[in-house]
Design a protein around this ligand. Structure first.
Ligand code: HEM
Length: 498
């Protein structure tokens, strides 16, 4: 890929120079958004080679401004990199920019855009958001999964204890498995027969969704669309997933018929996410098909696993490099759980410092630093600039969360900065947007935070952690990798002691 991209840049440069020599650019009176210098065919892609997209885009924004235009292949995008512009776009222009662009995962994995994340803005999406707010991801529903979270966190503690004190363990794998199991029990109730295969498939979707593919940046080239490697890969994943989820839906329907025959109707409190969706379908509250249900259930995994597990990993990483914060957190946990054998979900809600650590982690390491691309549904004029329909909107949360105008020592991990601050999951001035903002803002923040706080409290309360081979904690490698979320490049392999 690297080679073909470099070859394309060389070719494009030659074509560009020839073009410049033989033509004169017509003078245009139109006000154009600032942008870096571009090449024909590839646009601004060469500026991003060798960088992580969120860091590359942030560097460009520092040079060219907080409202900037980028051309990536054929695709035009505006990039918003300051709280001021985020507020302007996500309030005044929120509806025009509430669409999602075409994508292969949307077409193939999300049963032709019938999930929530990738559905186009419109009546169907509005109904799904309502189902999320009132049913699937309501505070009440999140609370109803409390015992699942507690049990699975306790299982992790036992697993680490069984593994043994003083032996390096790959904590990243354990954390991903924990979050995926909590979600799958919340979605399907009992453990899934094919849990391992299912978790692997979810991991593959996440890998493929974040991966770069020429068909994404040259959407008009039919050949690339039809024969892309990503399409073949995603079709394979979809086939396997469809079987697993299809079986789960059929089993659950059967179970519901049995329950009705035996007059053992589930109370809403005990319903899994799948039960809720099947009930909504049965009662015709919303006209959902089986495929719609599968797409929605898959969203819960796609949107909920990597985001929460990456946040737990980054929190541990930052704490290891900041012994003062680590000690303060462990002291808070010791004090709160003195004499208690197990940690309860309700207990962690009131832990002030734990809360500050999570907020600061999400500031420095938002799992979706460029959110999920939005798309403009109609031509709009933003601050005198004409923006054509189908232009993508990239909200650069990475730059916003580190904007030095809003954040003192913006690059430093300092949970205390949130003390006495009223900032919740969204900054009042749009200076803190780990869950996005506007109509497309994450509807799963309450569940996401619960799936971060309880595992982190367990991992930090029951164990002390250090790096293997006597390395000092400030040597911890913090290299990132950009996929569907920004993760640690290398798994967190640490030595527990207890
Ligand atoms: C720490 C955890 C999480 C973070 C940081 C996070 C962050 C985000 C962000 C930044 C977006 C995109 C907003 C935009 O496009 O403007 C998003 C969308 C979304 N998230 Fe989350 N998320 C988390 C957990 C969850 C969980 C647990 C779920 C559900 C199980 C969830 C479900 C969704 C859905 C359905 C959308 C799409 C909303 C739409 O397009 O209307 N998220 N999330």
């Amino acid at each position: 890929m690297e080679v073909s991209l470099i070859t394309s840049i060389v070719l494009a440069t030659i074509v560009f120079l020839l073009y410049k020599l033989t033509t004169r650019s017509p003078t245009s009176t139109k006000k154009r958004l600032p942008e870096p210098w571009r090449l024909p065919l590839i646009g601004h892609m060469h500026h991003l080679i060798g960088t992580l997209p969120h860091r590359g885009v942030t560097d460009l924004a520092r040079k060219h401004g907080a409202l900037m235009h980028l051309k990536l292949g054929e695709v035009s995008a505006i990039v918003v990199s300051s709280p001021k512009w985020a507020k302007e776009i996500l309030t005044t222009y929120d509806i025009p920019f509430a669409n999602r662009p075409h994508s292969l995962p949307g077409e193939i994995i999300a049963y032709h855009y019938t999930d929530i994340v990738l559905a186009p803005y419109g009546e169907y999406w509005r109904q799904l958001r309502k189902i999320c707010t009132l049913e699937l991801l309501s505070v009440k529903k999140v609370k109803s999964f409390q015992s699942i979270r507690e049990e699975e966190c306790w299982n992790l503690v036992q697993e680490i204890k069984d593994w043994g004190s003083g032996r390096p363990i790959n904590l990243s794998e354990k954390i991903f498995k924990l979050v995926a199991t909590v979600l799958s029990r919340s979605a399907f109730g009992r453990g899934i027969k094919d849990q391992k295969e299912f978790t692997e498939l979810v991991k593959e979707i996440l890998r493929e969704s974040g991966g770069f593919d020429p068909s994404d940046i040259y959407p008009s080239i039919n050949f690339l669309q039809r024969f892309s490697r990503k399409r073949v890969k995603l079709n394979g994943i979809r086939h396997s997933l469809d079987n697993i989820i299809g079986n789960l839906v059929s089993e659950q329907k059967l179970q519901q018929v049995n329950n009705t025959n035996h007059a053992t109707k589930l109370s809403n409190k005990n319903e899994t996410l799948l039960d809720v969706l099947l009930r909504i379908k049965e009662t015709n509250e919303y006209p959902l098909t089986d495929d719609n249900i599968k797409a929605i259930v898959l969203d819960m995994f796609g949107a909920g696993t990597d985001t929460s597990s990456a946040t737990v990993e980054w929190a541990i990483s930052e704490l290891l490099r900041c012994p003062r914060a680590m000690e303060k957190l462990q002291a808070e946990l010791r004090q709160a759980f003195k004499g208690k054998e197990r940690i309860k979900d309700d207990d962690v809600q009131n832990l002030t410092y734990l809360n500050l650590v999570v907020r600061e982690t999400l500031r420095l390491h938002p799992p979706l630093p460029l959110v999920i691309p939005h798309e403009c549904r109609e031509p709009v004029n933003v601050a005198g600039y004409d923006v054509a329909s189908n232009t993508k909107l990239i909200v650069n949360v990475f730059a916003i969360n580190r904007d030095p105008e809003y954040w003192k020592d913006a690059e430093t991990f300092n949970p205390e900065r949130f003390e006495n601050s009223s900032t919740t999951v969204m900054g009042a001035d749009y200076e803190y947007l780990p869950f996005g903002a506007g109509r497309r803002m994450c509807p799963g923040a309450a569940l996401g935070l619960a799936n971060v706080q309880l595992p982190l409290a367990h991992i930090m309360h029951y164990f002390k952690w250090k790096l293997p081979n006597g390395a000092s904690n400030d040597q911890l490698d913090m290299t990132e990798v950009f996929g569907s979320t920004v993760q640690r490049k290398n798994g967190l392999v640490l030595v527990p002691s207890f």
